[in-house]
Design a protein around this ligand. Structure first.
Ligand code: NDP
Ligand code: MG
Length: 380
């Protein structure tokens, strides 16, 4: 299969290329990133893609100079990413960029009826209805890469008819069991220490606030067409059960394994088959105990805000996502405290006047305006 990897220099992107290097079924035709052209050049020399997209226009020019000896076409900007996502020769587009910037390229791929291995959850949060309507219209296929959703997808192979609820597991992040007083003074360095997963900076902070789980609730709602009332979040600190589905007959099916994203990444390519993996199978006798608890919504209000945004619908999840992206960036650069992240998201949501069935233009406009407003709140 001919594959494009958007966000190839990131955590998911690099692991996708590890899987690709090990499997001859996967032929890398295109890569794209924002501006890490050092790694992008290395990847280009190794995988010999025909196309490389660089979002940052200046970096794209420099990249072009560096690869003059290679038969590769370099494209720039968001248009470049959209162009790559729509290439006729690509079968599978892996969307592993971080943030709502993934929306336009994902839509471009959907409109060409492609298979999308979707890691970029922010796209479904911002525009779940619109994207899923287009998926049906253009007979595209979305296969989830997010570990919880890959787990649920695998548990749902006999259909959604008898589903009682989807159970998304959450590690609880580095601050599980902490109080709000303790959280008031945590530093980016502490928040970036995730107990079980090595991930990009933005999603690691989202895991610490539990916003990541909130975004995943919305992602699950759209991917599996299931009401929010039937999506439950359970804190499971060992991250061995990657998620589960409970059925009306009293059965629960769960997906277990080591916490390694190369498993769900590879499954997105091998589905409906399973291939020999890069990851060793979990030895249950070494696991010891599996424990479960309820999330603490008072200490981690981001999860509650995400449910609220999802239930409100329309453009509210756009605001949730955009305000969170800005707040996380501001936290990482030391401009605000940890608790300010969910405070800013709540304030942005309170101010917002919801558009019920937004067009893509309206979604993009609300996204832009929210970012501007939240930066203003931060700089005030
Ligand atoms: P990283 O921050 O590690 O990587 C982000 C990637 O996206 C980089 O390649 C970056 O390029 C690229 N990128 C960012 N902005 C743009 C842009 N404007 N145009 C083109 N490329 C861009 O993130 P992760 O890999 O951790 O996460 C990626 C997505 O996958 C997120 O949506 C996340 O929620 C989701 N996800 C991640 C998991 C994980 O284990 N990491 C697990 C489940 C989901 P550059 O390096 O040049 O900046
Ligand atoms: Mg996840």
């Amino acid at each position: 299969m001919q594959v494009a990897v958007l966000g190839s220099t990131g955590s998911i992107g690099r692991q996708t290329l590890e899987v690709a290097a090990a499997r001859q079924e996967i032929d890398i035709i295109a890569l794209a990133a924002r501006k890490n052209i050092d790694l992008l050049e290395e990847q280009t020399r190794q995988f010999q893609p025909k196309y490389v997209g660089v979002y940052d226009v200046q970096a794209a020019k420099e990249f072009q100079q560096r690869v003059v000896d290679l038969p590769v076409t370099v494209v720039a900007g968001i248009e470049g990413l959209e162009e790559i996502a729509s290439l006729a020769e690509i079968d599978v587009v892996v969307t592993a960029v971080s943030g709502a910037v993934g929306l336009k390229p994902t839509i471009a791929a959907v409109k060409q009826g492609k298979t999308i291995a979707l890691a970029n959850k922010e796209t479904l949060v911002a525009a779940g209805k619109l994207v899923m309507d287009l998926v049906r219209e253009h007979q595209a296929t979305i296969i989830p890469v997010d570990s919880e959703h890959s787990a649920v997808f695998q548990c749902l192979q006999e259909g959604t008819g008898a589903v009682e609820k989807i159970i998304l597991t959450a590690s609880g992040g580095p601050f599980r069991g902490w109080t709000r007083e303790q959280l008031a003074h945590v530093t980016p360095k502490e928040a970036l220490k995730h107990p079980n997963w090595e991930m990009g900076r933005k999603i690691t902070i989202d895991s610490a606030t539990l916003m990541n789980k909130g975004l995943e609730v919305i992602e699950a709602h759209w991917l599996f067409d299931i009401p929010y009332e039937q999506i439950q979040v359970v804190v499971h600190p060992q991250s061995i059960i990657h998620s589960a589905v409970s059925f009306r007959d009293g059965s629960i099916l769960a997906h277990l394994g080591v916490a390694d994203m190369r498993i769900p990444i590879q499954y997105a390519f091998s589905y409906p088959e399973r291939w020999e993996g890069l990851v060793k199978t979990l030895d249950l006798t070494t696991v010891g105990q599996l424990t479960f608890e309820k999330p603490d919504l008072d200490v981690f209000p981001a999860l509650k805000l995400a449910y609220e945004a999802g239930l409100t619908g329309g453009t509210m999840p756009v605001v949730l996502n955009a305000s969170n992206e800005v707040a996380v960036e501001a936290f990482l650069s030391g401009q605000i405290g940890f608790l300010d992240i969910s405070r800013l998201v709540r304030q942005a949501m309170e101010r917002h006047r919801v558009i019920k069935e937004p067009t893509l233009e309206e979604i993009l406009q609300v996204d832009r305006e929210t970012r501007e407003n939240v930066w203003k709140m931060i700089n005030r």
